[in-house]
Design a protein around this ligand. Structure first.
Ligand SMILES: Nc1ncnc2c1ncn2[C@@H]1O[C@H](COP(=O)(O)OP(=O)(O)OP(=O)(O)O)[C@@H](O)[C@H]1O
Ligand SMILES: [Mg+2]
Length: 244
């Protein structure tokens, strides 16, 4: 469904993303993990058209989308969420979701009907007519996903939608993501919470300092010495093996 080939991006002298290639199969949940500053969000920004890559290409559903604008990519069926959610605080939750629905229809009533249906499906039914500012952090994360889903995507890019949530809220978001996938949407997600990655993802790609250092199932990744080193520092894998 998505194929990223030899993608690179530098900011000044910093190579934020370095020659990254990965694929996301249709219908699957794939995770992109890595330490802070590894280049995960920058990779998403290039895939979704917010940043133009220095090098490399991106193919979505058979179309070369490299360098296309975000609205064109959204129209083709792929949207991202933002790590830092910024709803329109003065609009209601339903009106915020409707912003996404306007990609598919210019009829305000039809867009509102779609927005309310999606908001209800994502657990926001009792908040639809309240200002977005009234939402908890978990509610804002759900709203961010709802706004993206309202564009009726084939593929969703989710950037840390569980960060800052408590364990029961995380379980709720895991179930929400499983339901979205069951409805036929392919998902690529950035996530630091490894239990959630293990529960959701068939395939995991690991970035460290801009470079893809490992790809595999969650179990393979958890046992990969290069991944342990990237997270815990030099020599960590050998020490853990020694103590095991
Ligand atoms: N617009 C920018 N200008 C300059 N440097 C940037 C810019 N965006 C990101 N960077 C730098 O690029 C590197 C990768 O950042 P990125 O946000 O992609 O990391 P990340 O893996 O998403 O990290 P986190 O887990 O903290 O969200 C970091 O060193 C960051 O400071
Ligand atoms: Mg990030």
């Amino acid at each position: 469904m998505l194929e990223v080939t030899h993608l690179s991006k530098s900011f000044g002298g910093l190579r934020a993303v370095n020659n990254v290639s990965l694929t996301v199969p249709q219908g699957a949940i794939t995770a992109l993990i890595g330490p802070n500053g590894a280049g995960k969000t920058t990779t998403f920004a290039m895939i979704a058209g917010f940043i133009r890559p220095d090098q490399g290409s991106i193919t979505f559903a058979g179309t070369d989308i490299t360098g296309l604008r975000p609205d064109r990519i959204a129209a083709l069926g792929m949207v991202r969420t933002f790590q830092i959610t910024q709803p329109f605080a003065g609009l209601t939750v339903a009106e915020n979701i409707r912003v996404g629905a306007f990609l598919r229809t210019s009829d305000p009533d039809a867009a509102m009907t779609a927005a309310r249906e999606i908001g209800s499906r994502l657990g926001l039914a009792t908040f639809l007519d309240r200002p977005a500012a009234a939402l908890t952090v978990a509610g804002r994360k759900r709203l961010e996903v709802a706004r993206a889903l309202a564009t009726n995507p084939q593929m969703l890019l989710l950037d840390e939608v569980m960060a800052g949530l408590n364990p029961s809220e995380i379980n709720g978001i895991v179930e929400m993501i499983q339901a979205i996938r069951a409805a036929g949407v392919t998902i690529l997600l950035i996530e630091h919470i490894m239990q959630a990655v293990a529960a959701l993802a068939e395939q995991v790609h690991v970035l460290a300092e801009g470079t893809l250092i490992a790809s595999g199932t969650p179990r393979e990744i958890a046992n990969n010495p290069a991944v342990i080193e990237a997270y815990l520092g030099h020599g960590a894998a050998a020490k853990m093996a020694h103590h095991a």
